[in-house]
Design a protein around this ligand. Structure first.
Ligand SMILES: COc1cc(/C=C/C(=O)SCCNC(=O)CCNC(=O)[C@H](O)C(C)(C)COP(=O)(O)OP(=O)(O)OC[C@H]2O[C@@H](n3cnc4c(N)ncnc43)[C@H](O)[C@@H]2OP(=O)(O)O)ccc1O
Length: 263
C-alpha cells in the first residue's frame, strides 16, 4: 500500500433521498475496479453514515458492480504490504457488515473477486440477470484478500466456494440466487430499483429491530444453541420493552397500520 494511499471521494457517488443513502462505485471506465482511493472512500462513507439514514444501497455506476481489486496496484506489492493491504480491506468491509443500518447491494454485470467480497459484506443482495459472479484469483496466482474466504462459504457453502476458487468459473445470476448468494433476482435492469424499494422498507423498521438483526442475529446464529437461545431471549425482551415497539403494536391493535399481506 505505501504511505501515498488516500481516499478519493470522486470515486463514490453518494446521494441521500429521505432515509436512504445511495452509494455508487464511480469508476466505470475501469469497471469499478477497487483501488485504494475507492476502498478508503468507502471507509470514510461507512464511518460517517448520518443519523438521518435508515438504510444504505451500494451499487456500481455503469454496466458492472465491480471487477474486483485494481490489479495494477498489485504488481509492485511485497508480502508485508500485502498483509497490511488485506487487513485494510477487512477493516473497511467490516464497517459495512457492522453498519448501524441495513446495507443492500444492487448487482449487475461483473461482480468479481474483491467486488464479490464487497457484496458479501452487505446484508441483502439483489441481482439482475446480467450479474455474474467469479473468483479469478486462482488464475491470477493470488488468494482472496477481502474477507471472502470467511463470508462467502457461510452463504454458499465450502464446496461451492472451493469450486469458485479453484476453477474461476463464472456463476450466473440464476446460480447466485439458487445457491443463496443473492436473495432477489429482478427483471433486466431492475436491481437498483428493487434495492431502493427494499431500502425504504427496511429503513421504516424500528431502529432496535434492525440493530438486533444486524448485530445480534449473526452472533446468535453462530453461538452454541444454549447461548444462542439466551441471547435471543435477552434481545427479544429488550426489543419488546422499547416504547417504539409498544407504539407499533398499539397501532396494529387499533387497526391503524397495515396487515401482513403477500407482495
Ligand atoms: C491479494 O490480496 C488481495 C486481493 C484482493 C482481491 C483480488 C481480486 O479481486 S482478483 C480479481 C481481479 N479482477 C479480475 O481479474 C477481472 C479483470 N477484468 C475483466 O475480466 C474485465 O475487465 C471485465 C470486468 C469482465 C469487463 O470486461 P470489459 O467490459 O470488456 O472491459 P475491459 O476492456 O476488460 O476493461 C476496461 C478497462 O478496465 C480495466 N480493468 C478492468 N478490470 C480491472 C481490474 N480488476 N483491475 C485493473 N483494471 C481493470 C481494464 O484494464 C481496461 O482498462 P483500459 O485502460 O485498457 O481501458 C483483495 C484484497 C487483497 O489484499
Amino acid at each position: 500500500m505505501g504511505n501515498a494511499a488516500a481516499s478519493d471521494a470522486s470515486l463514490l457517488k453518494i446521494e441521500q433521498a429521505g432515509a436512504v443513502l445511495t452509494v455508487g462505485l464511480n469508476r466505470p471506465a475501469k469497471r469499478n475496479a477497487l483501488n485504494d482511493g475507492i476502498i478508503l472512500a468507502l471507509q470514510d462513507c461507512f464511518s460517517a453514515v448520518p443519523d438521518t439514514v435508515g438504510a444504505v444501497v451500494i451499487h456500481g455506476i455503469g454496466d458492472h458492480f465491480s471487477s474486483g481489486l485494481d490489479l495494477s496496484e498489485l504488481t509492485e506489492r511485497d508480502a508485508t504490504e500485502g498483509l497490511v493491504h488485506s487487513q485494510m480491506w477487512h477493516r473497511v468491509f467490516d464497517r459495512i457488515q457492522y453498519c448501524r443500518v441495513p446495507v443492500i447491494a444492487a448487482l449487475r454485470g461483473a461482480v468479481i473477486g474483491g467486488g464479490l467480497e464487497l457484496a458479501c459484506a452487505a446484508h441483502i443482495r439483489v441481482a439482475e440477470p446480467s450479474a455474474y459472479f467469479a473468483l479469478p484469483e486462482g488464475q491470477r496466482g493470488i488468494f482472496v484478500g477481502g474477507g471472502g474466504s470467511v463470508r462467502l462459504p457461510r452463504l454458499i457453502g465450502v464446496p461451492r466456494m472451493a469450486d469458485m476458487m479453484l476453477t474461476g468459473r463464472v456463476y450466473s445470476a440464476t446460480e447466485g440466487a439458487s445457491y443463496g448468494f443473492s436473495q432477489y433476482l429482478t427483471e433486466p435492469g431492475g436491481s437498483l430499483k428493487k434495492a431502493l424499494e427494499l431500502a425504504e422498507r427496511v429503513a421504516a423498521n424500528a431502529p432496535l429491530t434492525n440493530f438486533a438483526v444486524l448485530q445480534a442475529l449473526p452472533m446468535i446464529a453462530e453461538a452454541n444453541p444454549q447461548t444462542g437461545l439466551l441471547m435471543e431471549s435477552l434481545m427479544a425482551t429488550v426489543a419488546q420493552s422499547d416504547k417504539e415497539a409498544k407504539r407499533r403494536i398499539r397501532a396494529f391493535l387499533d387497526r391503524k397500520t397495515a396487515k401482513v399481506k403477500p407482495t
